[in-house]
Design a protein around this ligand. Structure first.
Ligand code: MRU
Length: 359
């Protein structure tokens, strides 16, 4: 069975605490919006799609368990809209929670205005929407996996491929299956994956702690490398393609992802290796024209100076710790893999606009 990072049934939400992995698998209850915000901020749960899913489900659980006696539709509408803004504030770079807040906010305003709407109908709308999001993300990831695997095999013209990935984009970062790791999973299922190299992903080690854990768990043949080894790996390890996830893909295809992605893309271009980004359309932000407009989250200095609470950096040194960087679209040479198919970065805007106009 694939790794279960989120346990949800109506009125109850548990997350696998990713700060404790791989040493301990501990599920923790998230019963309120405040607990959801804290789990996201502290990175007990992380990864762009998972941040939005846990945010929205924490709201669904709080609403389900809230006593209703003195509530009005107006009060509930205000509570939901305030909760959504609060959840968006937990981490700024991944766009998924902001997109979810916008969409759910629109639905809540509409329902509150509807003649005959009640506290119960409003509550039910929010809960059903959050639950649907969990199911949709899993479906989208399976499509991403299959589109990406087929495109990559065709592009490189090999029966078996060796891929390199960065950060964690698997079951732990999504509702399940994963995005970039979903493509890797699909390649493996198709019998077309020879090997995966995963980077340790300093400073927070999502690759060494989480991706390595998922790859071992799924029995996918894999090797861990330090971030500083990627150019050498590309030169010596017959890497067929690089595939990473995304926290925000903007209109021109520029992509924010875990810090270190940009240098991977530069090295891939130098070595003539296709570079892919895999992301659901919920990670795309067409309101921004280019990557320079993306807010990059800066994380506490201890994530860089300490490992597992032990200081390794010299005391007194200054620290810069941006959690993400932006890869310019012209370095995304393989394509952007979404649930709708694989697009050149310059085709993405038109593809997503076509879909939006159909809905
Ligand atoms: O800081 P994190 O661990 O939340 O960063 C995660 C990433 O950068 C992932 O690559 C991205 O969110 C894609 S997850 C499917």
């Amino acid at each position: 069975m694939s790794l279960e990072a989120i346990r949800y049934r109506r009125g109850s939400l548990e997350i696998l605490n990713q700060l404790l992995l791989p040493q301990q698998s501990l599920y923790e209850a998230v019963g309120s919006v405040r607990q959801g915000w804290e789990a996201i901020r502290s990175m007990k749960v992380r990864g762009a799609p998972a941040i939005a899913i846990i945010g929205c489900l924490s709201l669904a659980v709080e609403l389900h368990n809230k006593t209703t006696t003195e509530e009005s539709v107006d009060n509930l509408e205000t509570f939901v809209l305030d909760s959504l803004s609060y959840l968006v504030s937990a981490r700024p770079t991944a766009v998924n929670m902001a997109q979810a807040a916008q969409e759910l906010g629109r639905i809540v305003r509409q329902e509150a205005k509807r003649e005959g709407s009640t506290v119960e109908s409003l509550r039910e709308k929010v809960i059903c929407w959050a639950e649907a999001m969990l199911d949709q993300d899993l479906k989208d990831n399976r499509s991403i996996g299959d589109h990406g695997a087929l495109h990559l095999l065709q592009q490189v013209g090999q029966d078996k491929v060796i891929v390199l990935t960065h950060c964690n984009t698997g079951s732990l970062a999504t509702a399940g299956y994963g995005t970039a790791l979903g493509v890797i999973r699909s390649l493996h299922t198709m019998g077309c994956l020879e090997h995966v190299y995963c980077t340790e992903t300093r400073p927070y080690n999502q690759g060494a702690r989480l991706t390595a854990y998922e790859l071992v768990y799924e029995e996918i043949p894999a090797t861990l490398i330090a971030d500083s080894m990627v150019s050498m790996a590309m030169k010596e390890k017959k890497i067929s393609a690089v595939i990473v996830g995304a926290d925000r893909v903007v209109a021109n295809g520029d992509t924010a992802n875990k810090v270190g992605t940009y240098q991977l893309a530069i090295a891939a271009k130098h070595h003539g290796i296709p570079f892919y980004v895999a992301a659901p359309s919920t990670s795309c932000d067409l309101s921004l024209e280019h990557g320079g407009q993306i807010i990059i989250e800066e994380r506490p200095s201890q994530e860089l100076t300490d490992i597992n609470g032990v200081r390794v950096a010299a005391p007194g040194i200054g620290v810069w710790n941006p959690a993400f960087d932006v890869t310019p679209h012209d370095l995304i040479t393989g394509g952007i893999v979404t649930e709708l198919g694989v697009f050149a970065p310059t085709e993405l805007l038109a593809a997503l606009t076509r879909r939006a106009n159909k809905v």
